[in-house]
Design a protein around this ligand. Structure first.
Ligand code: UDP
Length: 496
């Protein structure tokens, strides 16, 4: 167990003690590190549950909260990977080599139930007040019931996508749809929404996924509320509808990444970036404000080599400065060969290529960035919203196509690059989903001068201002964090 902050329960049992149980995948863990920081900044105590390999990745976070004197404690539980047929040390979804191992991974997570229960029972000086668990950790429901404390879930989705997901499941909407290309209208959604089956969440074909999904949903129905990394003013209609339809409290406390707004802690989010951050900042400083396009597809999307090449050629043809994050790694050596075979040399005056992990928020929030090509993972989307830059949407899988709809059709903060098909997680598709011409056109539209683009920019700036207002003192998200802590404190004191 690693102690990261101060306030080791010494202030007594009145202080609410939140137990955060993130899914071990960067897109799920990173927002929960922000959540931990946020709750602790507002006076709560936080136990952050992790495993040894993931704890090593969280060193930057642990150092930051310690330096800030926050009461955040990293609790390392042994992850019995080998017992469930996983390679030793395989403790994160981004380490799984085949989607056939997904079920093994989920079973290993569920095996954390007993050690977590034992750890929580030991906390007699400062008993837990509440569990906030990733929705995928359905097994935390039993722990909360046994301890007699509330369990809130965190899905990582925005309100818009959460509502769609809820409607799909509760109406068994996809059960009898055999054609992936069939257009489905979402019944009861507050605005007209149509998408093909393949582009809706809940269609990931991973062996064992159905069983997990059932358990997750059952436990979600029993939970005491949900935490959402969004803000009320962004999607009021959808959040209110979701609360009404699902009949549960939805606590919007985001954008949680804004807890880094006044500090230099953005670079420490997630993995350690392999590149020199100072050099990256120097490069950005040398560019005109709003002139650079940032291209990044999150932590899990697997873009094929053919598609990477096509994207690169589109960026080159646009003639715009860019930072491009490529995660081909050793899996696709042909990408490295292609980069070395002239591309990097041709674009060296205006392009920066980052291999592997990038300090995304540090880059996105730099004034040189004027546009963001994103896969529409919700974290990236909300980070882009906070940056106040318009987006080019390039969804791959899961709820990313829904986030695209929200960004382009509802909020009008971006343009679609025009993805036709789904690039499923863990599948080895070979087709090119987006041509170089489509990339060039979208980049030139977003980074160009036209009236429509100017409007996109103004809306993006306006939205970033609203995000800050919601997050700052007396804003809707700020007040929700306070109310949430108060509610848990009242419950703790009533029981104690
Ligand atoms: N991220 C990062 N550097 C990278 C890739 C991703 O910092 O090179 C962060 C990104 O800022 C976001 C998270 O990882 O906070 C990815 O979450 P998202 O929901 O956007 O996508 P996912 O990875 O879950 O598909």
């Amino acid at each position: 167990m690693t102690f990261a902050g101060s306030g080791d329960g010494e202030s007594g049992s009145e202080r609410a003690h939140f137990v955060l149980v993130p899914m071990m995948a960067q897109g799920h863990t990173i927002p929960m590190t922000d959540m931990a920081r946020l709750l602790a900044e507002h006076g709560a105590q936080v136990s952050f549950i992790t495993t040894p390999v993931n704890a090593a990745r969280l060193e930057g976070f642990a150092a930051d909260v310690k330096a800030a004197g926050l009461a955040v404690q990293l609790v390392e539980l042994h992850f019995p990977a080998a017992e469930f047929g996983l390679p030793d040390g395989c403790e994160n979804l981004d380490m799984i080599q085949s989607k056939n191992l997904f079920l093994n991974f989920m079973e290993t997570c569920a095996a954390l139930q007993e050690p977590l229960m034992a750890y929580l029972r030991e906390q007699q000086r400062s008993p837990p007040s509440c569990i906030i668990s990733d929705m995928m950790h359905w097994w935390t429901g039993d722990i909360a019931r046994e301890l007699g404390i509330p369990r809130l879930t965190f899905s990582g989705f925005c309100g818009f996508s959460s509502l769609v997901r809820y409607i799909i499941f509760h109406n068994n909407l996809l059960e009898h749809v055999t054609d992936d290309n069939e257009l489905i209208t979402i019944p009861g959604f507050p605005t007209l929404l149509e998408l093909t089956k393949a582009k809706l969440p809940g269609t990931l074909c991973v062996p064992g996924m159905e069983q997990i999904r059932e358990k997750m949903y059952e436990e979600e129905l029993r939970c005491d509320g949900e935490i959402t990394n969004s803000f009320k003013e962004l999607e009021t209609l959808y959040i209110e509808s979701y609360e009404q339809i699902a009949r549960k409290k939805v606590w919007t406390i985001g954008p949680m990444c804004l807890c880094h707004r006044n500090s230099n802690t953005t670079a420490a989010r997630g993995n350690k970036a392999p590149m020199d951050e100072a050099q990256c900042l120097q490069w950005l400083d040398s560019r005109k404000p709003g002139s650079v396009i940032f291209v990044s597809f999150g932590s899990l999307a697997c873009t094929t080599p053919q598609q990477i090449v096509e994207l690169g050629l589109g960026l080159e043809a646009s003639k715009k400065p860019f930072i491009w994050v490529i995660k081909a790694g050793p899996k696709f050596p042909e990408v490295e060969e292609w980069l070395a075979d002239g591309f990097e040399e041709r674009v060296k005056d205006r392009g920066m290529i980052i291999r592997g992990w990038a300090p995304q928020v540090m880059i996105l929030w730099h004034q040189a960035i004027g546009g963001f090509v994103t896969h529409c993972g919700w974290n990236s989307t909300i980070e882009g919203i906070c940056a106040g830059v318009p987006m080019i949407t390039w969804p791959h899988f899961a709820e990313q196509f829904l986030n695209e709809k929200l960004v382009v059709d509802v909020l009008k903060l971006g343009v679609e690059v025009g993805v036709q098909g789904v690039t499923q997680w863990g599948s080895e598709q070979q087709e090119v989903m987006v041509t170089r011409d489509a990339v060039e056109t979208a980049v030139n539209t977003l980074m160009g001068e036209g009236e429509a683009t100017e409007e996109l920019r103004m809306r993006a700036e306006d939205c970033a201002i609203k995000a800050r207002r919601a997050f700052d003192e007396e804003g809707s998200s700020y007040n929700n964090v306070r109310l949430l802590i108060q509610e848990m404190e009242n419950k703790t004191n009533a029981c104690g």
